[in-house]
Every structure is written in C-alpha cells, then in structure tokens.
Design a protein around this ligand. Structure first.
Ligand code: ADP
Ligand code: ZN
Length: 626
C-alpha cells in the first residue's frame, strides 16, 4: 500500500518496528523521527476504528492525523475539504511522498473522473479528497458504497458552525456519514477552537462518541505585534524592507497582507509593486482565473507577497509564509488567529503584524450597527469585536491573552510578542477620559449635537477652525481644556474609550455617543487605565537576519541558499510548489548536517524513502560542491 519501488536500498536507522505500523509509515513515507504532541494518540484512536475530534493550531500537524491511519487501515481514506482549489496541490504533495492520492471535484474532466472512480473501486487509492457538496449527490454516495473506506476525515470542521466565520451549509449534511457508513471511523479537524465551537462541531457532525483531542494552541515561533496605525502603507513597507528582506534587487520573504476591502487590496498591492516588491492581489471581485493564477504563483514561487481579503488563505498550506500583516482590524480573535496562523507552519521564526488605529474601531462599530440581522446577531458581532479590541489594547503578553481566549494558559509571559519585548506603560487616563466624555455630553445636552472624533479633538485642543466658529464651539466650557495632550494622544484616548465600551459610535458618520458605562467615569466612580505606546515599537525582531536563514550558523547559510536554488529549479521543472520538493526546515537540517552519503541523508527529518530515492543523489551533489 505504501510505495516500495527501489527504496529498500538504504535502510533508515531508526527505532521503527514492524509492531507499530503507524510509526513505520511516519519514518518510511514522511521521513520524520517522532510524532508531535497528540498525533500518536489521535492516530491510534482512528487506526483502531474510533472517532476523533481534533483541535490543533495551524501548522500543528493535522494532516498526518488522517493520512497515516488512511495508510495503515484497509481501504481508502476519504477526506472532505471545502478547498477545491488546493486539492491538486495536496494530491501532488502526497504523490511526491509516494502515496496514492486523488481528488474528485467539479474541475475534473469526465475521463479523469472516471479514472479516479475506477481506481477507488479497485482499491488503488490511499486517499481521496472530496468537496462537501459532492456528498449530496446520490452518484457519489453509491460510488463510495462500492469502495472500501478506511475513514472519513472532515477537514476545516469549523465550517459547520453557523456562528463561525467560515460557515458552509453543505457541512451540515455531513452528519449523514455516520448514518450511512456507521462502521467507518470519522476524524474531524479544525484550527478554530473555542469551547463553544468545539461543542457545536461535535453536535452537528454527530460526533457524540468521538474522543476530543485539544492541543495547545500556542505557536511559539510566531512573534505577535500590534502597532498603532499611523501611515499604514509606509509602515508596511518598512516592515517588509527592514525585517523581511524586500530590498531593491533582492527577493524577500513570502508573506500575506490582509486588507478589509477589495479597494484597499488593489491599492496596497499597487503601492507595493510601485516600490519594487513582488506583490499580487486576491479578492472575491477578481475573475476566478486571475485568483487561481495568483494563488498558484504565490504557492510556487519564492518570496511573493499576497495582498488579499480574508477570502484568501483557508487551507493554504504553504509552510514558509514568513509574515502575515493586517492593515485593518480583524473582526474576531478567531479570525485573527486563523489568519496569523498561516505564518510559519514550518516552525521557523515568523511575524504576525497588525496595524490598528482609531478609524478601525469607528469603522467596525459602524459596520456592526448597520449590519443586517437581528439584535442577537449584532450582539454576537460586538462580542467578537470587543475581544479583538481587548487584545489590541492589552498591556500584558499578547500570547497569554490569545491563549486565554481559547481557554488555555501560559505559565509565564512569552517573551516573543511586542508587549513582552518592549513593555508598554499603563497610565491613569481617567481625567483625559472625563474630558472627552464631558465634551460629548455637553455637545449632546447643551446643543443637541453629536460629532465625530475630529471635531471633539479640535474642541479639546481649542482650535480655531471654520467648523468650530460655525457651531460656536469656542463657547463651550470644555473648549481648550485638552492642550496637555497632542492630537495623536487624544485620538489614542478616544480609541481606547471606544475599545473599552466607554464610548460608542452611531450612524453612518460615526458620531460619538456615550454609553451606560460613561456615566461612571464622568461621576468619578471608575478609573480608566490606558496604554502608553512605547516610544519605539518592539525592535528585537529587527536585528534578526531575514528568515528563513535566521538562526542558521553563518557558515551554513551559503549551503542553505545553494539548496534553495537547487530546489527552485527542481520545482520549476516539475511545475510544482517548492515545498513539495522539500520544506525549508528540511533544507536547513541538510545544510547543518552536511550528509556525506545516502544513509546520512536518510536520517534528516523530512527525507522519506521516496524523496531519498528521487532526490538523494542530487542533494548530495549540492552538499559536496566546494
Ligand atoms: P496543519 O494541517 O495542522 O496546519 P500540517 O499537517 O500542514 O499542519 O503540518 C505542518 C508541517 O509540520 C508540515 O510541513 C508537516 O509535514 C510537518 N509535520 C507534521 N507532523 C510532523 C512530525 N511529527 N514531525 C515533523 N514534522 C511534522
Ligand atoms: Zn508575550
């Protein structure tokens, strides 16, 4: 069932024994030494025919949890995935390991479909990928009846959650898998993980008997940074240039930049291109062919920057995405964590960077206020936004707060987020808050007016503008009471009041209005702590070399680069993404170990039998080059 042709030549020196077929597959097919975290227990459960619900962060190693049982058990593992556009790459990656995989979806020709169906029925497939909608068709169900099924894997299982951000109605039908094929084990996997989502998945997918495996959601290799938004495109350019190697005449790290709207995607991508950076746009408004082409280039070429709405990214398992930048505020912590989780799946140092400012809060609050749906829906949206804002405004370790959101804890601050690297000060912003709130109050009480943040700040600063004179705001008692702070500081105060729910916005113009909690601050019954931005944002990461060469001994860097160049040629010749040949982590390990023969190369993590056979000599030749 696993590949055999010619791979007996070099025996991997490992502890693998025939008595543990799962470990044997891990060694021989994938070339890895040991299971990570809960993988062994999950695989054991499914191999024995039990159901499993797996919550693991992106990059945690979910795929092996169903791929290995599919190889160990009799029959074909059927993987349900919403990501049609990625099935070809997933199948290619498996084929590169010598695994017999195929997919069935609407992109296949009639002939190709027939061939896959025949292979399935003849028991010649280890894995078959299907879109959820395919299972609605009686023909597909009959086809599966004629095959021997090893397991059902339901990938991106959070798509079944109606409150979630990726809801797919077709997922609701998947509970029928259990009814129609009661003897086949099911494994549902997701990287989205609040307790509520987990319960919803278990219930809707009819997984009452499933064992739950909840991994730590920590992604220690990702540095989390949330910076005050000032001039976002300039800030982004600086990030790409100083930390990710996008310098003139040089190719930098691959990364994703998320923007809220299609227009800002287009604009940002154009700005990056104007500045000599290889950037591509991706959003739902582009023709499908352009989207597919851009996605394919991003996966295949090194060092491209994808500027996208959140329409891009689910299931993108490009392991060497070195940064994820958000130019707009995500709507929820779950969304933020999923998106940032696309960085650094290979475990190498990576950056999650978010620029966040007052306008984001106003915009998001306004979007919620004007959104369709009932009050409960709006409350739900507001709850998600508030958690996201709390993360942005925290003076504590970001990672601690992120993990707490998923019900997990760290024993100490992480040391790898901006607040740990350069701790912000907290200050007593009660008086400043009172000044803002009483300005809003006076405008409402004395004048029956409401204004946006610009006018409120002008009043506090005692500015003599046309609008101030027109509304005679210089006659308000609060006029000019705020000259102790500068405009950006006042905007930060307003932002934090909005974030803390001590102020809110209304209407299409986003005018400021008081909340119930404002009264307590005005009455002096409630203290307001605020975040003082560090004068210079976290710089520790800046001194690092551009990843992925980071942390390599300087003497090994040239060999690593030579291996990357060899890989790029190989990938190009095959028309496949580079990581399908070998991941960065494996190339780094080769550069460090400098294997002299095939036996030594076989010991490197990520070098399985098929790849050893196919690339072994070529890699040794690169290593041996003077
Ligand atoms: P997920 O689907 O959870 O995001 P993947 O299955 O794509 O994660 O795995 C992330 C990366 O980690 C992949 O490059 C994968 O090959 C690697 N990986 C998974 N399990 C192991 C392991 N036990 N040892 C070494 N590498 C592993
Ligand atoms: Zn931290």
């Amino acid at each position: 069932m696993t590949p055999s042709g010619g791979i007996g030549r070099v025996r991997r020196v490992t502890t693998s024994t025939a008595s543990d077929p799962a470990l044997d597959v891990l060694h021989r097919v994938f070339g890895y030494d040991a299971f990570r975290g809960e993988q062994a227990a999950i695989i054991d459960t499914v191999v024995r025919g039990g159901d499993a619900l797996v919550l693991m962060p992106t990059g945690g190693g979910k795929s092996l949890c169903y791929q290995i049982p599919a190889l160990v058990r009799e029959g074909t593992g059927v993987v349900v995935s919403p990501l049609i556009a990625l099935m070809q790459d997933q199948v290619d990656a498996l084929a590169a390991l010598g695994v017999r995989a195929a997919f069935l979806n609407s992109t296949l020709t009639f002939e190709a479909r027939r061939a896959v169906e025949r292979a399935l029925v003849d028991g010649e497939l280890d894995l078959l990928y299907l879109a959820p909608e395919a299972l609605r068709s009686p023909a597909t169900r009959d086809l599966l009846d004629r095959a021997r099924i090893a397991l059902f894997a339901i990938d991106e299982a959070h798509c079944v959650s109606q409150w979630g951000h990726d809801f797919r109605p077709d997922y609701l039908e998947l509970s029928m898998l259990h009814q129609r094929w009661p003897g086949v084990p099911r494994i549902a996997l997701t990287a989205t993980a609040t307790a509520a989502t987990r319960e919803e998945i278990a219930q809707r997918l009819d997984l009452a008997e499933a064992r739950h495996f909840v991994s730590s959601f920590d992604r220690p290799n990702i540095t989390y940074r949330i910076v005050p938004k000032d001039r976002p495109e300039k800030q982004l350019l600086e990030l790409l240039r100083t930390e990710h190697g996008h310098l003139p005449g040089q190719s930098g790290d691959a990364g994703i930049v998320y923007c809220l709207s299609r227009a800002s995607v287009e604009k940002t991508a154009a700005t990056l291109v104007d500045n000599g950076i290889d950037a591509l746009p991706y959003h739902a408004g582009l023709p499908a062919s352009v989207r597919a082409a851009n996605q394919s280039r991003f996966l295949r070429e090194d060092g491209l920057v994808m500027v996208a709405t959140i329409a891009f990214g689910m299931g993108i398992d490009k392991p060497d995405v070195r940064f994820v930048a958000h130019l707009d505020l995500p709507k929820s912590v779950e969304g933020y964590y999923q998106e940032t989780g696309r960085a650094g799946r290979d475990g190498l140092p990576s950056t999650a960077w978010l620029a966040y400012g007052l306008a984001d809060v106003v915009q998001q609050r306004r979007l919620i206020e004007t959104s369709d749906g009932d009050a409960a829906h709006r409350r739900n949206l507001a709850m998600h936004l508030n958690a996201m804002l709390a993360l942005c405004e925290t003076v504590e370790c970001r990672r601690t707060q992120l993990l707490a959101y998923f019900g997990q804890s760290l024993t100490e601050p992480c040391g790898n987020c901006d607040t740990c690297l350069s701790p912000p000060q907290a200050w007593d912003g009660t008086v400043a808050a009172q000044k803002v709130l009483s300005t809003v109050l006076r405008l409402a009480r004395e004048r029956g007016q409401s204004f946006g943040v610009g006018q409120v700040v002008d009043i506090l600063l005692g500015r003599d503008t046309e609008k101030v004179r027109r509304f005679r705001h210089q006659e308000l008692t609060v006029y000019g009471v705020g000259t102790d702070l500068a405009e950006p500081e006042w905007r930060a105060v307003v932002r934090q009041l909005l974030a803390q729910g001590l102020l809110t916005v209304e209407g299409v113009h986003g005018t400021l209005v008081l909340t119930e909690a404002s009264g307590e601050v005005l009455a002096g019954r409630r203290e307001v702590r605020m975040r003082l931005e560090p004068a210079r944002p976290a710089v520790a990461a800046r001194t690092r070399k551009a990843a992925p060469a980071a942390d390599l001994a300087p003497a090994d860097v040239p060999l690593f680069e030579a291996l990357r160049a060899w890989r790029a040629g190989e990938a190009k010749a095959q028309g496949k993404p580079a990581y399908i040949v070998f991941g960065d982590a494996t190339l780094r390990a080769i550069a460090t170990a400098r294997p002299a023969d095939l036996a030594a190369l076989a010991l490197v993590s990520g070098v399985g039998e098929t790849k050893l056979d196919r690339y072994g000599e070529a890699v040794l030749a690169v290593v041996a080059e003077p």
